[in-house]
Write a protein that binds this ligand. Structure first.
Ligand code: ADP
Ligand code: MG
Length: 339
């Protein structure tokens, strides 16, 4: 029998990092969520080589106080949750205090940040979990983080990454969803020095849909705006003649967080029963908002799943919201055909 030993700190960090950081897209997601949580109104993401060698995220948010910068890179260090009960009212995208620690454990990070009130900016570098530089510098308000050489010290992980173009497409998908869930933020995505996406940040979801999916898609949509039992459902769904062969254009957000939800998919599709050709699926970009205490987002480290306290209420709200949008459009269409 081998003896039982406590893992060395770096190995333990790398294992824990694996839960949060699976690939470049997961790094981008965490960093942009931090920017949004910091109140940024403009976020620029630049990647090279599918994000494997280079990811830069710049925001104009709150920044981090000089003294807090090293702490931000400790595991379970967060400014967003203090006591256990806070977990019941999470209004921010992050809360586990794991992202920066995880990313820094498996890459080379350069973090430059300045709060509005601080007289100078802080530059903090950390590689494989070890601090390599910590100095005062000059920079505008906000935060820029550069992540280089992801998984340089975890060859087993590096081997499992896909081609650059595949990793870049994943990142593109993440930014699309963040842009759709936050129309109030202007996003710019630069892939290998080309601008791939630029949203206006004017607060209008339709403008984001336009920028992300193009005008042709935007024109196949009907507006949804509905509230029931304290659950509000807003956004856009397909016109009945605009079904698609797959569900790939169904996008759900709960309290501003992109999630996978079979429950809402089922409600959406039930609303179209008989109204859409069989074998076709409706598209949607739907925001579901409800009290933070009625939804548990702390189900999985990647935070892409949620648990609703009352599933039935959410189901019914989505169903009624979509039905109302579809039947309203139907009435208008019939009135136009038969004036
Ligand atoms: P979490 O987001 O779960 O709190 P992170 O590890 O992602 O954990 O970040 C740790 C802390 O660092 C955050 O709680 C926040 O205070 C600070 N932070 C990280 N990124 C930024 C940013 N872009 N702007 C301002 N503060 C940030
Ligand atoms: Mg975070």
């Amino acid at each position: 029998m081998k003896r039982i030993r406590v893992l060395d700190k770096n190995v333990a960090e790398q294992i824990a990092a694996g839960e949060v950081v699976e690939r470049p897209a997961s790094v981008v997601k965490e960093l942009v969520e931090n920017a949004i949580d910091a109140g940024a109104t403009a976020v620029t993401v630049e990647i090279r080589h599918g994000g494997i060698t280079y990811i830069r995220v710049t925001d104009n948010g709150s920044g981090v106080e000089p003294d807090d910068v090293p702490t931000a890179f400790l595991r379970h260090a967060t400014s967003k949750v203090q006591v256990f009960d806070d977990l019941n009212t999470i209004g921010t995208l992050g809360f586990r205090g794991e992202a920066l620690a995880s990313i820094a454990a498996v890459s080379r990070v350069e973090f430059v940040t300045k709060t509005h009130d601080a007289p100078y900016a802080t530059r903090y570098c950390i590689e494989g979990g070890e601090e390599t530089d910590h100095a005062e510098t000059g920079a505008p308000d906000g935060t820029t983080i550069v992540v280089r050489d992801l998984f340089y010290n975890v060859p087993a992980r590096l081997k499992f990454l896909k081609r650059d173009t595949v990793e870049a497409a994943q990142i593109n998908g993440i930014i699309d969803r963040l842009a759709l869930s936050h129309p109030e933020v202007s996003f710019k995505l630069i892939i290998d020095r080309k601008i791939k996406l630029h949203t206006p940040g004017n607060g209008k979801l339709l403008s984001s849909v336009h920028a992300v999916f193009g005008q042709a898609f935007a024109e196949t949509l009907l507006p949804v705006d509905y509230g029931m039992n304290g659950v509000s459902v807003t956004g856009f769904v397909s016109k009945t003649d605009a079904g698609r062969k797959t569900r790939s254009m169904q996008h759900f957000f709960v309290n501003g967080r992109y999630i996978h939800t079979k429950l809402c998919t089922a409600a959406l599709e039930e609303a179209y029963e008989n109204a859409m050709m069989t074998g076709k699926y409706p598209s949607c970009v739907l925001n579901i908002s409800l009290g933070f205490d009625r939804v548990d987002v702390n189900v999985h480290p990647a935070k892409t799943e949620v648990r609703f306290a009352q599933e039935r209420e959410v189901y019914d709200a989505v169903l009624s919201a979509v039905k109302a949008a579809v039947s309203r459009a139907d009435i208008i269409k019939r009135a136009q055909a038969d004036p």
